[in-house]
Design a protein around this ligand. Sequence first.
Ligand code: HDD
Length: 704
Amino acid sequence: MTKANTGSQPVKGKPAKSGPEEVTVSIGSGGEWHQTATGDQPALTTNQGLPISDNQNSLRTNPSGPTLLEDFILREKITHFDHERIPERIVHARGTGAHGFFELTQSLEQYTTAKVLTEVGEQTPLFTRISTVAGGSGSRDTPRDVRGFAVKFYTKEGNWDLVGNNIPVFFIQDAIKFPDLVHAVKMEPDRGFPQAATAHDTFWDYISLTPEAMHMVMWIMSDRTLPRSLRMIEGFGVHSFRLVNAAGESTFVKFHWRPKLGLQSTLWDEAVKIAGADPDFHRRDLFEAISVGDFPEWELAVQLFSQEEADAFPFDHLDSTKLIPEEWVPLQVIGRMVLNRWPNNFFAETEQVAFCPSHVVPGIDFSNDPLLQGRLFSYLDTQLSRLGSANFHQIPVNAPQCPFANHQRDGHMQMAQPTGRVSYEPNTLAADSPREHSEAGFYSAALAESGVKGRIRAESFADHYSQARQFYRSQSVYEQAHIASALVFELSKVEHPHIREAMVGHLRHIEDGLAQRVAYWLGMGELPQAPTTAVAVQDLDLSPALQLIGKMKSTLEGREVGILIADGSDAATIEAVKEAVAEAGAKVKIIAAKIGEAKLADGSFSKVDGQLAGTPSVMFDAVAIILSDEAAALLGKEAAAIDFVRDAFGHLKAVCVDEGGDALLKTAGIEADAGVVNIDCLDDFIAAAKTRQWAREASIRILA
Ligand code: HDD
């Protein structure tokens, strides 16, 4: 055995080596554990490769003496630790990423030369990072917020980054406004709060002075910003991009990601409670799905349109505060994305991945959207300060997976070791050095540009309300009510009455009924004046495709059902629910007040997956309550059990009960409705569990 320091004196000098090679664990003088490497294990070393004999005690002269500056091992370890953090992203700091692939199912050869969009059946590796926007990297997963949806395709022709959001429009029309928008939404600089929230004065002050944001305001106040799972959100490239074909002709394109599992959101109260119960709710969900091989999948769809078609739209296709309704330009599905591998290391990959909208491949080009044009600069710039080096493309998650070569050299943290004396082009001295490629190379779409230089906003960008109105009016009554409640919540947190009034003024252009609702609950006497508009607000045709409820799938796939049990619950009933739920494609968790096992009525035991207080019903899409009469009486006195059923009911979930479950519901004061199903009608429960009980909402919330 390796000599261990088991005595009261610290080891001084080298211990004598003896005995076979095996792991030795011993307690040192400070009471800490030492683990000594065997022949099979690598030695712990410094960054210079020096084996370390003691990783627990620093170098000192005697047991009560000072630590020596000479201790280079201590200094190296602490110095590295002190520098472990890099600046977090100014926005989108909290994100979750995974590897996967894109498979093209329909060629766009007619429109583009990009191989990733023309080679049907090819699988292009990719890395996707989904994020919240406002919160810091340590904030929670479920604030009301836009979700970033960034995909890096490692194509054969270089990296293509499609850096979008789960909302198809944006707050502002010109990138020069972005720093102000972000400063307004982030925590207020004098007080350092609120974290990950828009419900504060500076955000709404800025928004109230930015009428172009009103369309986006409708989206962010809708349940789109409260996703149930990252696997259940859409993604949008937002801007009009260009596809360029072999003849040099270009077509405008908008990119859409559509989740295979359909859209699904939580309710506000649910999202708030999830944040407390599991701040990593979305990250854990994605991690767990990928670990069990239930790979998240999205369709990639495109909207294609010509300049002539764009000219006929009643808005400007270069304005990122506008979308093109699916009913006008239908979506064509061209491929699918599957996320099938969790990163080996969060920091190395998810944190260091660097997306830039300027990363395109031949055949994909930009439009003159002034928001996009500014983004083309911003991302490269931010990566330089965030990752600290112009060589950030050498970090494995950022490196192209196709050959790449140029004459850029040196710089901070250079990893490559180019050989030879030539680092310039053209040259005559290195015949095999990289050259321009006239065929494979990237060409910008050949467009004629002319005009008078100036700080210009196109007149065609002037209509700020018509699409906001179209969005609001296209929603179901429940969704409209949620938008109104969200606005009331947010504006109720605003301390300055003039900001609230300005916002309600804007709402009047969207829908007077909405303005009235919000004004009422904000306790405003009279409706404030609507601001003057540069152009008349139009009544565009409604677009049902903008609804969230309309895009939810009636399914239990990818969902989870919680079964609340206790000692004495009926084994056969539990088994029947488990089977039916599993058959419908959902996961099941057994919840009880006591962790470990529950002894069932027939003497058998059921494993318990979650403790009641730590696994509230907000974690599930539907619940079953299966209890003996005694257990129901006991749990009737337990707040966590009452909350479990009240929240499930209040969050419009299907609830399946046996007699004991029914008794608990009664104790909780719940009046059963069509979504509360007796265990005898298990099929009805499964059908109800596949959706939310929207009709219930009017009985538990004021929707007017
Ligand atoms: Fe941005 C990050 C999406 C406008 C400047 N943005 C960032 C990320 C996403 C978006 C998904 C996170 C990428 C990741 O996971 O690392 N941003 C958008 C969308 C926009 C948009 C869809 C409008 C259509 N962004 C926008 C503008 C600017 C920026 C107008 C600046 C002029 N965005 C940034 C940034 C970030 C960023 C500061 C922060 C971290 C980063 O880039 O890598 O450069």
